[in-house]
Design a protein around this ligand. Structure first.
Ligand code: ZN
Length: 566
């Protein structure tokens, strides 16, 4: 899409007029207000800024520009919203350009998956008597079936293939989709089909569950890795629940499709399923965009507990908080909620324990106290963030009644040597990073100054790092800041950008803001150098690096107005 065309559409459609044509807006100071159209509310928390051409809801957190508003309000595609606004302003979007855009292989595979989803859904309605009965027995409502696009694969070798060919899909691409066997037969036969969506809601894979216990093949058949899907990168349900996760500021992580759907049916709408035995690093990072607080609710048996411990350990290593909820040994969240009330599970979740306490009390994993401590020290060794590590040492010491000194001495012995300064660990949102982004998004002149001095390595919060890299790439040649939203298709990133634009910048000078950022990076490096020196106390190079760092810190410290530091 041509950036000039988008800029022109933004330029010619005043957000206040456009939103005001859907429902009335009330003037409030320099902004406009209304009840939010994206969530139920009695008071008006939906704010539109004419000056910044951005809307934001302070209730549900949704934010965006005029194009994303029309897209989300009318539930149409970005391109459709763009065309609609173009014609409203008397502009024509050059169709040919759009059509001529070469459809990449990935786009084609996405398209095939969206056709396949329809096919499986139709099958469920028309031929899925047995599958429907199964869903009914599990008390999965029609609304949930629809929302998560659950379907049914017929007991047929070529049902999906023929359906795709009828929809003018070229046979050659089929082998790249992961939906067919090497002989070009349908991979999924006689199974209940759970589509796996990416976090933006595009279907990218399937999990197929057997319907009868005597059926051949595994209980689940899952899509293989394809051009659009990598196992262990996605979370089931996230595309629906991410706003709630962000709003409630915690996520409930379960293992399987049916656990997730049962939780969702019971109003635990900030859940996801990891769809594997544990939670991978990339899944942790993905969830870290929405919250720092993870609640694991895995199966109550030994395998489930083992997986929960591994997952919690992965979460802690990345600097987030993890708690483990304990179910009875014979239950998973699904079976538990079929027998018990929602309130009882709510209580189990509220009683979830930090990893060390969970391990101390556990009697099912068959570990003695020493093995439990070793498990925890493994985790400690991997925590990059100094403060998180210190907090955990304290916690273990209190819970296991071992001195902090004893724990620390174990870490030192076991900590692997690191040979460089790499630390991407702290993902906790940091105000210095937010400050500088708010300032440059609200004043382009400031952007130039920052861009000259700061690269993206100064950002440690993943989402801010992404946004800053984006700014470096394209802010220079852009019109309004709100146009940035069109550069990304991740809605959470869009939301965050809109939030940064609508917020008023802090009252500090840009020089101070830059210095704050520099100072923080240097201080992090100093912590790391100190760690390296602990392991390698004879390395003179490290000492001279330390000295140099201290000098730089002192130099900036003199410049920085201390009161601006948090
Ligand atoms: Zn809202």
């Amino acid at each position: 899409m041509d950036q000039n065309q988008i800029d022109e559409v933004l330029e010619r459609n005043n957000i206040v007029d456009v939103i005001g044509s859907y429902f009335p807006l009330k003037k409030a100071g320099s902004n406009y207000k209304a009840r939010c159209p994206f969530h139920d509310e009695k008071t008006a928390s939906f704010v539109v800024s004419e000056k910044k051409q951005i809307f934001k809801c302070f209730g549900c957190g949704k934010a965006g520009n005029v194009i994303t508003f029309v897209r989300d309000y009318e539930k149409i595609s970005f391109l459709e919203a763009l065309k609609k606004l173009a014609s409203r302003a008397g502009l024509t979007i050059q169709q040919t350009k759009v059509n001529k855009q070469k459809q990449t292989k990935r786009d084609l595979i996405y398209k095939i998956y969206s056709i396949a989803v329809n096919y499986y859904q139709e099958n469920l309605q028309q031929h899925g008597t047995f599958a429907k009965k199964y869903l009914e027995d599990r008390k999965i409502s029609d609304a949930t079936i629809k929302k998560f696009q659950i379907g049914y694969a017929l007991d047929s070798f070529g049902g999906l293939k023929n359906y795709l060919l009828k929809n003018s899909i070229n046979e050659q691409i089929l082998q790249n989709t992961g939906l067919f066997t090497a002989n070009n037969n349908d991979l999924f036969k006689e199974r209940l089909m759970f589509p796996i969506h990416d976090h933006n809601g595009k279907v990218i894979a399937f999990g197929g569950r057997v319907l009868r216990e005597d059926q051949t093949g595994g209980k689940y058949v899952n899509s293989p890795t394809t051009d659009i899907y990598t196992k262990g990168n996605e979370l089931y349900g996230l595309f629906v629940t991410r706003y709630e996760i962000s709003k409630k500021d915690f996520v409930i992580v379960c293992e399987g499709y049916t656990d997730f759907l049962r939780l969702y049916e019971n109003d635990f709408t900030n859940s996801v399923a990891s769809l594997g035995t544990s939670l991978t690093d990339s899944q942790v990072s993905l969830l870290g965009r929405y919250t720092n607080n993870f609640y694991m609710i895995y199966d109550g048996d030994k395998a489930g507990r083992k997986a929960a411990v591994r997952a919690a350990s992965n979460i802690i290593k990345k600097g987030y908080s993890a708690k483990i909820a304990t179910l009875p040994e014979t239950d998973d969240p699904d079976s538990f909620l079929l027998k018990n009330s929602r309130e009882l599970l709510q209580k189990i979740i509220s009683d979830a324990k930090p990893l060390s306490l969970f391990l101390l009390e556990d009697e099912i994993l068959g570990l003695d106290k020493k093995a439990k401590l070793n498990e925890l020290i493994e985790t400690l060794n991997e925590i990059e963030d100094e403060i998180s590590r210190e907090l955990m040492v304290k916690e273990i010491s209190e819970i296991f009644k071992v001195s902090e000194h004893a724990i620390i001495s174990k870490i030192r012995k076991r900590r692997p040597r690191r040979d460089g300064i790499t630390n991407n660990a702290t993902l906790v949102k940091v105000s210095e990073e937010k400050d500088i982004l708010t300032m440059i998004l609200n004043d382009k002149l400031k952007y130039k100054k920052v861009a000259q001095e700061i690269d993206s390595s100064y950002f440690f919060t993943e989402i801010y790092k992404i946004i800053y890299s984006l700014l470096l790439e394209c802010f220079e040649g852009m019109g309004q800041a709100s146009g940035l939203l069109e550069k990304v298709d991740d809605k959470i990133i869009q939301n965050t950008i809109a939030e940064l634009i609508i917020e008023d910048p802090p009252e500090i000078s840009i020089e101070d803001a830059i210095n704050n950022l520099k100072l923080r990076k240097l201080q992090r490096e100093l912590v790391q150098i100190n760690e390296l020196i602990e392991n390698d106390s004879k390395n003179m190079e490290l000492f001279s690096r330390k000295k140099e760092l201290k000098k730089q810190i002192l130099k900036i410290n003199k410049k920085v107005v201390r009161k601006t530091l948090y």
